[in-house]
Design a protein around this ligand. Structure first.
Ligand code: FE2
Length: 378
């Protein structure tokens, strides 16, 4: 079933960061993305720079302020650190999608607007998400040049060599919200975007004896957009979602899952490029070998060597793994996922995953409710 708002799929994700030039280099070198567009003072934009990077359907924009007058970027960075400012969906008709959203409770950020240059025009509008994030509707049917009007070919970072990673595009984008806010945001998506609740993880479904969370997944009816929303759930120690809210100073995007059709090859390349992943104990793979209900094409030895997780559902299986937080704060990270018929989110892996995250949380002194004293390792 196609979705009623004519949503075609994910479009771009824009990060606000401290130094766009250096972060773009990281995305090119570690994630194997190509820098293909740039705006900044040299192209007539005085107060900010943006680098546009692409890999198959994955489109990322990295933006920094270069003048104190660029309050929008600077105030975001000041509060949240580096993070996702906006993510976009491509739609058939921006005006129609925006009108539907605002008539169904969405908070307007930007009205539909055509942005043009000599190559054509792109239509955009935006609604609010979480504390300080935007969901953008975009249509680029009438534009035939680099990313958006105003973008030029980059002058810097054009010859960076990195391992080819085979990343195809976005599978899902996850938001973290405060206690008692999950249902509010799930309803917001379901009404404004005509989404439906796909999975609802209740108390006791996800957690260790120390920390827990609740999660709901909302999605478009044809599943091209999937948006899990997590909130902390009371437990003995501090939930990873609480740590995020504290360190990000608010609700926002926690992780983006990127699709691949060959996760072994992808992770091999990403590890060569220097990406750091959450650890998985060898006992996880001993248990995986003993499970007779999972028949997979991949070699479990490869999964163990690369610390890739595997989960089985009635319709198939999925392979996934998670990076450590990519910035200085323990906030945003990436997931890589290969779906072989499975539509879920790896519920069977939550235990192993949580234990791994808690180990890192403890090292940061953020697992106990009160800040812990951290012993320097050297
Ligand atoms: Fe995920």
């Amino acid at each position: 079933m196609s979705n009623v708002l004519g949503i075609r799929g994910y479009d771009f994700v824009e990060f606000y960061v401290g130094s766009a030039k250096m972060t773009a280099y990281w995305y090119a070198k570690a994630m194997g993305m190509k820098i293909t567009g740039y705006i900044g003072p040299e192209t007539g934009t005085r107060d900010r720079v943006s680098y546009y990077l692409q890999n198959n359907n994955l489109k990322i924009v990295i933006t920094s302020a270069v003048q104190p007058s660029c309050f929008e970027v600077l105030s975001f960075i000041n509060t949240h650190g580096d993070g996702v400012k906006r993510w976009a969906v491509e739609v058939d008709n921006v005006e129609a999608a925006f009108k539907y959203a605002t008539q169904h409770g969405a908070v307007m950020v930007r009205k539909p607007e055509a942005i043009e240059d000599k190559h054509g025009y792109v239509t955009e509008a935006a609604i609010r998400l979480y504390d300080d994030t935007e969901l953008v509707y975009v249509n680029r049917d009438h534009y035939n040049y680099i990313f958006m009007p105003g973008y030029c070919e980059p002058r810097q970072h054009i010859n960076i060599e990195a391992e080819e990673t085979g990343i195809i595009g976005i599978d899902h984008i996850v938001g973290n919200v405060r206690e008692n806010e999950m249902n509010l945001w799930a309803d917001y998506f379901n009404k404004a975007m005509s989404f439906e609740t796909f999975v609802d993880f209740k108390p006791g479904d996800i957690g260790t004896k120390y920390s827990a969370l609740l999660s709901k997944v909302v999605r478009s009816s044809d599943s091209v957009i999937k948006n899990p929303i997590n909130e902390p759930y009371a437990a003995e120690k501090k939930s990873q979602i609480e740590e995020y809210i504290e360190q990000y100073h608010g609700s926002g995007v926690q992780h983006i899952a990127l699709q691949t059709t060959d996760i072994v090859k992808t992770v091999e390349a990403l590890r060569k490029n220097g990406l750091e992943f959450l650890d998985v104990p060898d006992t996880y793979y001993d248990m995986l070998r003993e499970r007779e209900d999972i028949q997979i094409a991949e070699d479990i030895g490869d999964l163990q060597r690369l610390k890739i997780l595997c989960d089985k559902e009635s319709t198939g299986y999925l392979l996934q793994l998670f990076t450590k937080p990519i910035g200085d704060r323990p906030t945003f990270f990436f997931e890589f996922i290969q779906r072989e018929g499975a539509e879920g989110f790896g519920k069977g892996n939550f235990q192993a995953l949580f234990e791994s995250i808690e180990l890192d949380q403890k090292l940061r002194g953020n697992l106990d409710k009160e800040p812990e004293a951290v012993m320097p390792p050297c």
